[in-house]
Design a protein around this ligand. Structure first.
Ligand code: NAP
Length: 284
């Protein structure tokens, strides 16, 4: 009898926009793996029962996306250091009947920069714009890679204060919060700027900060990848600064999950990137 396929999923609400099926199915096909990867729309009130019954449903594991990442953290049997510090889980798997979770947003962010701008983590100072869920993962990555001077600016200052306070206790990095109105000061001589806010998702350039105070060798990255060339990245290119877009983070964060469920560590290739860009261009 033929072996049944290994099953994995992405669950979110809504989930139709997720590009994870495209990514994982591409890897399943290119590695000729007998597996499936499906998108499951799960409403918040159904999420706990969904996650608790993935083993019975025959899944080996899956991805968890908005709005379930924080809930997943409170539901797993075990979470690693990254997930515990970030307080959110985007990748789960079953091991000996236990549900295990991790967060691969931080490692996807770091791996993308490793591939596109090696030595990025030798910067002395970096500024994070935003203090939401994704900013937590980026802050974890910067601390993990030993960036000494980390600055955070968020529209809602209290959120940035809380984030800095929480991470400062377990970090050798100096984490400083600036007011939204002091953005220029926060950018002064910074060697890296990471946007984690939805600024620019509508293509509006008027909200882009003035990049003049940045170091001329600064690296600019945006984790927003729709549009791929955000207004921030456009402005940075005009100033001839180094630029890395956010699509690579999405591709790289998918690698550890695929390896866990299907047993093969896949590569992030230009072919995969082009596949996702073509899908985005089709407005899917
Ligand atoms: P979130 O928790 O809702 O946080 C949103 C952040 O954006 C907050 O800091 C918020 O500030 C700020 N913000 C929203 N609208 C703003 C505006 N008009 N002006 C200034 N600041 C504004 O969202 P998230 O989970 O962190 O995700 C943020 C973005 O990252 C999303 O677009 C998401 O798709 C993207 N992302 C990409 C990847 C990837 O793989 N490339 C991975 C994860 C997330 P306040 O605190 O003041 O509201």
């Amino acid at each position: 009898m033929a072996e049944s396929p290994v099953k994995a999923f992405v669950c979110g609400h809504p989930v139709a926009h997720s590009r994870s099926p495209l990514i994982h199915r591409h890897w399943l096909a290119s590695h000729r793996i007998n597996g499936t990867y499906e998108a499951v729309d799960v409403a918040p009130e159904d999420f706990a029962s969904f996650l608790r019954s993935i083993g019975e449903a025959g899944f080996r594991g899956g991805n968890v996306t908005i709005p379930h990442k924080e809930a997943a953290f409170s539901l797993v049997d075990d979470a690693d250091d990254a997930a515990s510090k970030i307080g959110a889980i985007n990748t789960v798997w079953i091991d000996n009947n236990r549900l295990i979770g991790t967060n691969t947003d931080w490692s996807g962010f770091a791996a993308n920069l490793d591939a596109a701008a090696s030595d990025w983590d030798r910067v002395e100072s970096a500024m994070i714009l935003g203090a939401g869920g994704a900013a937590r993962a980026i802050l974890y990555a910067l601390i993990k890679r030993g960036v000494p001077d980390i600055r955070i600016v968020n529209r809602t200052r209290e959120r940035a204060d809380a984030l800095a306070e929480e991470f400062s206790t377990s970090s050798a990095s100096r984490i400083t919060v600036f007011d939204w109105s002091s953005l220029t000061n926060a950018l002064r001589d910074a060697e890296m700027l990471i946007n984690t806010t939805s600024i620019g998702m509508d293509g509006n350039e008027s909200e882009v900060p003035d990049l003049e105070p940045l170091s001329s060798a600064a690296l600019i990255t945006d984790i927003v990848y729709v549009p791929l060339e955000t207004p921030l990245l456009k402005a940075a290119r005009r100033r001839e600064l180094k630029v890395v877009d956010g699509l690579g983070m999405l591709l790289h964060q998918a690698v550890p999950g695929f390896e866990k469920w299907f047993g093969v560590r896949p590569d992030v290739t230009a072919e995969l990137r082009n596949l996702v860009i073509a899908d985005m261009d089709n407005g899917q």
